[in-house]
Design a binder for this molecule. Structure first.
Ligand SMILES: Nc1ncnc2c1ncn2[C@@H]1O[C@H](COP(=O)(O)OP(=O)(O)O)[C@@H](O)[C@H]1O
Ligand SMILES: O=P(O)(O)OC[C@H](O)CO
Length: 501
C-alpha cells in the first residue's frame, strides 16, 4: 500500500496539491494561482484549461519536491470551489465557454424574474427541494445562461455531445482519461450547490430541470463523497481517484466536525460557516442554506446549515490589486495595526450583492464614515473588520435557526493567518476562536475522503485523533464596545442596499 494520501484543492484563486501522512501532517505541497477574468462589471470567469494545466503542474511539482512517485500515493481526493459552472465537448475535451465563477452576477435578472413569478416569498420557491434561495450564486441558472448564449450549445447538449459539470467533475473527467473514457461524475455535496438536486432524495430534480430548460443528458452521474470513481492517468498514473467534496464541506471534514452542533468558518476569497446538523436536512428560516455536508460511501448523507459570505479575503485582494494599497495580502495586518482602531470607517464589500443571511442582489460595496482623519490604516482595519462583522451576522442567524449555542469557532483558510482578525473575531462574537495545527483543512478533508475509501484510515475516530490546536483567541472586548461597533456596522449595511435597481 502507498505510504501517503494526496489531495487536490482547486480554489477560487489558486490550485494546490498536498500530500498527507497517516497523522494528517503535510509531507509535500505545491500551489499555483490562476487568472481572474472580469469581462464586465459583475462578471467573473476562469479559464478551465488553465485550471487543469495548473493542477497537472502542482501535482508534478508536489511529488518532485518530496521525491515521491505516484506509487507512493494510496489515493487522491478532490476539494473544489463550488457552483462554478463548466461546459465542455465530450469528444475533444475542449471547454465550450470560460467557466462562470460562483461570484458572477450575470444571472441576477433571471433569478429575480423566477422569484417574482412566484409572488411574495418567491425567492424561496425552490428551498424545500434544494435548500437554496433563488440567487445568481448557484450553478443551475449559470448553466441556463450558457445554454441560451453559447451558439450551438443546446443542440450539442441534447445530442449528448456537450457535458456540464462543476469543477470537481471537470477535474475527475480529465484525471481519469478525458475524452478517452474519463468518468463524468459529481459528488452529492457539489451537486447540492447546483440548485438542480433534490437534497431530500439525493437525485436530480426533473421539475427544476424542466423549469430551467436543462437537458438531463448533460448532467454528471451522482456519486458519494468517498468511493473509488476510477484510476488516474497522466501525472498520477494508477492512483485511485477516491474522494470528492465541495471545498467548504471538505474543510468541515478536515476540521473533524463529525458531531451535530460542531461548526467551522473558512476565511478565503469569501467566508463560509458550516454547522453539522446530522442526517436530516434542516430548513433555515433565517437566511442560511441547507447543504449536503458529506456522504461516505454507502452510509447515510450528513447535512449542514451554511452561512455563505461572498467577499472577505477578496476585499484584501481588491485593496492589493485594484487600489495598490498593499504589496501582498499578508501586509494588511501591519498596516491595520498602524492605527489604534477603525477611526469610524466601515466597509461593506457587497461586490456580488449580499449573500447570507441577507440575500440582497441589489446591494453594492460602500465605504462609510470617511473624514479627513481617515488614512489607509483605517481602511485596512475596516476591511479586516468587515470579515468579522459578516461572520457575526451568519452565526447569529445560525443560533436563531438551530437553537444551538456556538461555544467556540474553528477557523481556517488563507485569512486565518491574520492574527489581528482572529482576535477581533473572537471579540465581536464573544466566544473563543481556535485555529488548528493543520490549517490546510480543505485539502485535509479531501484526503480524508480518499483515505477512508481506500482503507488508509478506517473511521471518523481515526481522523478526530489527528485534530489539534495551534492557537486559541479569547474574547477581551467590553460588551458596550462590541455593541457600538455592531450598531455602526448595521448602519453601514443599510447604506449598501438598494444600489442596483
Ligand atoms: N495574512 C492575510 N491577511 C488577510 N488576508 C489574507 C492573508 N493571507 C491571505 N489572505 C486572503 O486570503 C485569500 C486566500 O485564501 P485561500 O484560503 O487560499 O482562498 P481560496 O481557497 O478562496 O482561493 C485571499 O483572498 C487573500 O487576500
Ligand atoms: O475557493 P474558495 O475557498 O474561495 O471557496 C469558494 C466556495 O466554494 C464558493 O461557494
Amino acid at each position: 500500500m502507498g505510504r501517503y494520501v494526496g489531495a487536490i484543492d482547486q480554489g477560487t484563486t489558486s490550485s494546490r496539491f498536498i500530500v498527507f501522512d497517516r497523522r494528517g501532517d503535510i509531507v509535500a505541497q505545491a500551489q499555483k494561482e490562476h487568472a481572474q477574468i472580469y469581462p464586465r462589471p459583475g462578471w467573473v470567469e476562469h479559464d478551465a484549461v488553465e485550471i487543469w494545466r495548473n493542477i497537472q503542474a502542482v501535482i508534478g511539482d508536489g511529488l518532485a519536491l518530496a521525491g515521491l512517485v505516484p506509487a507512493d500515493i494510496v489515493g487522491v481526493g478532490i476539494a473544489n470551489q463550488r457552483e462554478t459552472t463548466l461546459v465542455w465537448d465530450r469528444r475533444t475535451g475542449a471547454p465550450l465557454h470560460n467557466a462562470l465563477v460562483w461570484q458572477d452576477t450575470r444571472v441576477d435578472a433571471m433569478a429575480n424574474r423566477l422569484a417574482s413569478e412566484a409572488g411574495a416569498g418567491g425567492r424561496d420557491r425552490l428551498r424545500a427541494r434544494t435548500g437554496l434561495p433563488l440567487a445568481s450564486y448557484f450553478s443551475g441558472l449559470k448553466l441556463k445562461w450558457l445554454l441560451e448564449h453559447v451558439p450551438g450549445l443546446r443542440a450539442k447538449a441534447e445530442a449528448g455531445e456537450a457535458l456540464f459539470g462543476t469543477v470537481d467533475s471537470w477535474i475527475v473527467w480529465n484525471l481519469t482519461g478525458g475524452p478517452e473514457g474519463g468518468r463524468h461524475v459529481t459528488d452529492v455535496t457539489n451537486a447540492s450547490r447546483t440548485q438542480l438536486l433534490d437534497i431530500n432524495r439525493l437525485a436530480w430534480d426533473e421539475d427544476i430541470l424542466d423549469l430551467f430548460a436543462i437537458p438531463a443528458v448533460m448532467l454528471p452521474r451522482l456519486v458519494s463523497s468517498s468511493e473509488i470513481y476510477g484510476e488516474a492517468h497522466d501525472v498520477l498514473a494508477g492512483v485511485p481517484v477516491a474522494g470528492i467534496l465541495g471545498d467548504q464541506q471538505a474543510a468541515l471534514v478536515g476540521q473533524a466536525c463529525f458531531t451535530p452542533g460542531e461548526a467551522k468558518n473558512t476565511y478565503g476569497t469569501g467566508s463560509f460557516t458550516l454547522i453539522n446538523t446530522g442526517e436530516t436536512p434542516f430548513q433555515s428560516t433565517c437566511g442560511l442554506i441547507t447543504t449536503v455536508a458529506y456522504q461516505f460511501g454507502a452510509a447515510k448523507a450528513v447535512y449542514a446549515l451554511e452561512g455563505s459570505i461572498a467577499v472577505t479575503g477578496a476585499l484584501v485582494q481588491w485593496l492589493r490589486d485594484n487600489l495598490g494599497l498593499i504589496p501582498s495580502s499578508g501586509e494588511i495586518e501591519p498596516l491595520a495595526r498602524s492605527v489604534e482602531n477603525n477611526g469610524d470607517v466601515y466597509i461593506v464589500p457587497a461586490f456580488s450583492g449580499l449573500y447570507a443571511p441577507h440575500w440582497r442582489p441589489d446591494a453594492r460595496g460602500v465605504i462609510c464614515g470617511l473624514t479627513r482623519f481617515a488614512n489607509k490604516g483605517h481602511i485596512a482595519r475596516a476591511a479586516l473588520e468587515a470579515s468579522a462583522y459578516q461572520t457575526y451576522d451568519v452565526l447569529k442567524a445560525m443560533v436563531a435557526d438551530s437553537g444551538i449555542a456556538i461555544t467556540e469557532l474553528r477557523a481556517d483558510g488563507g485569512m486565518a493567518a491574520n492574527e489581528l482578525l482572529m482576535q477581533f473575531q473572537s471579540d465581536v462574537l464573544g466566544v473563543p476562536v481556535v485555529r488548528p495545527k493543520v490549517v490546510e483543512t480543505t485539502a485535509l478533508g479531501a484526503a480524508y475522503a480518499a483515505g477512508l475509501a481506500t482503507g488508509y484510515w478506517t473511521s471518523a475516530e481515526d481522523l478526530k485523533r489527528n485534530w489539534g490546536v495551534d492557537r486559541r483567541w479569547e474574547p477581551t472586548m467590553p460588551v458596550h464596545e462590541r455593541e457600538k461597533l455592531l450598531g455602526a456596522w448595521r448602519k453601514a449595511l443599510e447604506r449598501s442596499l438598494g444600489w442596483v435597481e
